[in-house]
Structures are given as C-alpha cells and as structure tokens.
Design a protein around this ligand. Structure first.
Ligand code: URA
Length: 209
C-alpha cells in the first residue's frame, strides 16, 4: 500500500507473534512491547539527517556525525501509545514527549481533544506519532490534526498493527505523513477490532480486562 512501510525485520515479526497469542500474559506482553518498540524506533529513524561535528578522541581530533536539528518528539496517543514510549526513549533518551488525548464524537464526527501537551517549536522538529493500533484511523487522524494545528510540519506515524481501512483513511487525510507498521493485517471487524490483530492493546498492556 502506498504511504506504508511494513517493518519486516525477523525479530520484530517473532516478537509480534508472541504478543498476538491470547495466552501471553500481561507481563510478557508489556516486556515484548518495550522490546519491539525499540526495534520499530530504530527503523523509523534510520534516515535521519546527520551533521558533522569536530570532536577529540583520546588519540586525535576528528569530524564525527551527530543528529542534525532540534530534538525529536515522540507524540503518544493516549492511552495505548504510552506502551510504545518506554522502548523508544531508551533508544533516544533526549527525545521530547507529547501526549495527545482525542476521541471522535459519534454524533458530530468531530475530534474532541481532552488532553494535549507538547514541547515548544513543533514546527522545527520531527514528530513521530505513536499508537500501537491503526484501526479505523479516526483517533490517529484527529491526533495528527491537533499536532498540525499546533505547528507540526514534519511527521511520521508509527504503529504495531494496521488495518487496510485505517491506512486508507489516514493516508487520505494526511498524505504527507508516512506510516510505519510491523504488520498490515486483514481487516476490521464490525466492532472496529483489527483481525487477526491482538485484541485491545491497552487492556493487554495494562491488564484492565
Ligand atoms: N484498538 C485496539 O486496541 N485493538 C484493535 O484491534 C483496534 C483498536
């Protein structure tokens, strides 16, 4: 599908399979989510710009690469997005974090924001929006709307699983935001769950069911 990168690294795929199993415990699910998010973060940042800086090693001076520009932002869509943050922050400890709480009103279909916090200068940063499940795409689209309203211009969207319906909606709404996922699953069921999926990601990571 256009606009989507499926991260097919064998370690990602293996860990994802264990997460999908219904008998996987909350503790294992959470540990695997942290591990897999580190690997996903590695892939979503693999083309970041570098700039050369003069440093001194114990032996000599050299030109060495460092990340260019302002610190990255990881924007978590509440609540399940938080499950991806820990592993990503392990890999990029200096990243800034934004939290976005949005839902789509059933009657008006408008995105209702109930929480928003972000660092300054969003317009000068790469913002990686994270949510484990891209299902209908409604909350992801709404979250990116809100981040753009606050100035974000350079965004990527990272999830664990995506449904084709959600990807289609998301790419139509935000064609400038590339989507990264570990799997493009078959479809959404009548309740909006991704099939085959892994169930409710928030419930599985927090043991709330
Ligand atoms: N959110 C989830 O947690 N799981 C789904 O399958 C769809 C949306």
């Amino acid at each position: 599908m256009d606009g989507v990168t499926v991260i097919d690294h064998p370690l990602v795929q293996h860990k994802l399979t264990i997460m999908r199993r219904k008998e996987t415990s909350t503790a294992s699910f959470r540990r695997l989510l942290r591990e897999i998010s580190t690997l996903l973060c590695y892939e979503v940042t693999r083309d970041l710009e570098l700039t050369m800086e003069t440093i001194e090693t114990p032996l000599t001076e050299m030109q060495a690469p460092v990340l260019e520009g302002k610190k990255l932002v990881f924007a978590s869509i509440l609540r399940a997005g938080n499950g991806l943050l820990e592993g990503m922050l392990e890999l990029v400890p200096s990243a800034r974090v934004s939290h976005v709480g949005v839902y789509r009103d059933h009657d008006t279909l408008q995105a209702v924001e109930y929480y928003f916090k972000a660092p300054e200068s969003l317009d000068e940063r790469l913002v990686i929006v994270v949510d484990p499940m891209l299902a209908t795409g409604n909350s992801s689209i709404a979250a990116v709307d809100k981040l753009k309203e606050r100035g974000a211009r350079n965004l990527r969207f990272l999830c664990l699983l995506a449904a084709p319906e959600g990807v289609k909606n998301f790419v139509e709404a935000h064609p400038d935001v590339p989507v990264y996922t570990a799997s493009l699953d078959s479809h959404l069921n009548e309740k909006g769950y991704i099939v085959p999926g892994l169930g409710d990601a928030g419930d599985r990571m927090y043991g709330t069911k």
